[in-house]
Design a protein around this ligand. Structure first.
Ligand SMILES: [Zn+2]
Length: 221
């Protein structure tokens, strides 16, 4: 299987210019996709990037526009270190999501990501995973690829690191998309230290099982 460009666009070099390459999945390699939602949200996003770097693992970050505005440097770091980025709307508003009025937020967030990182992403994850018929039509018309998940880590619920680790490792399987969070979608559970704490053991175990950890791009869907 070939992987032309993360996010459907040529990846940037550290200098910000585009370069073309093709990644090829070797035969017999099982892939798994960690995804982090609702950020950027410091200090957790930087801490997660540090752990991923230490384990030479790549992931996908579904960012909210308001976080991109607040933390542009770490948003750029996500791309600079080889991860993928996706649009998660601007404010994570339940009202806008269920009333089908999310278009302006998606557009604004896409523009912020492009302005901040130079990447025009076509990956989208709806807040709460709620994809209404209106939203599906909008995403299709604007050429977005909707990415949901296979494994819910429940890290958003305030459970301890050991539980997050246990859930992810129990349900991990080839090609699974795993839902984790570096940001917040409510005032109640904004502390992502348990996710950060769980991550080294998760990465170590997944690598021991032979998984290749990659960012999502359109070609590996
Ligand atoms: Zn979310």
């Amino acid at each position: 299987m070939n992987f032309p460009f993360p996010n459907g666009e040529p990846p940037r070099t550290a200098q910000g210019s585009a370069c073309a390459f093709v990644q090829t999945k070797p035969a017999g390699v099982n892939e798994i996709f960690l995804t982090f939602d609702d950020g950027p949200n410091e200090p957790y996003t930087s801490q997660i990037l540090d752990v991923l770097k230490a384990h030479d693992a790549r992931a996908t970050f579904f960012v909210c526009g308001m976080g991109v505005e607040r933390f542009p440097l770490v948003t750029r770091r996500i791309l600079d270190e080889g991860h993928s980025i996706g649009n998660h709307a601007y404010s994570h508003s339940m009202l806008l999501t269920i009333t089908g009025l999310l278009g302006k937020e998606i557009e604004k967030t896409g523009e912020l990501i492009l302005k901040t990182t130079g990447v025009k992403t076509r990956l989208f994850r709806p807040p709460w995973g709620v994809a209404t018929p209106w939203l599906k039509r909008y995403l299709k018309a604007h050429h977005y690829q909707t990415i949901l998940w296979d494994v819910n880590s429940y890290d958003w619920s305030g459970i301890p690191a050991s539980s997050i680790e246990g859930i992810v490792l129990k349900k991990a399987c080839p090609d699974a998309v795993i839902l984790l969070h570096d940001g917040k979608n409510s005032k109640q559970h904004h502390d992502r230290s348990q996710t950060v704490q769980a991550l080294p053991a998760i990465l170590k175990a997944l690598k021991q099982r032979g998984f290749c950890l990659k960012g999502i791009c359109r070609a590996n869907l």
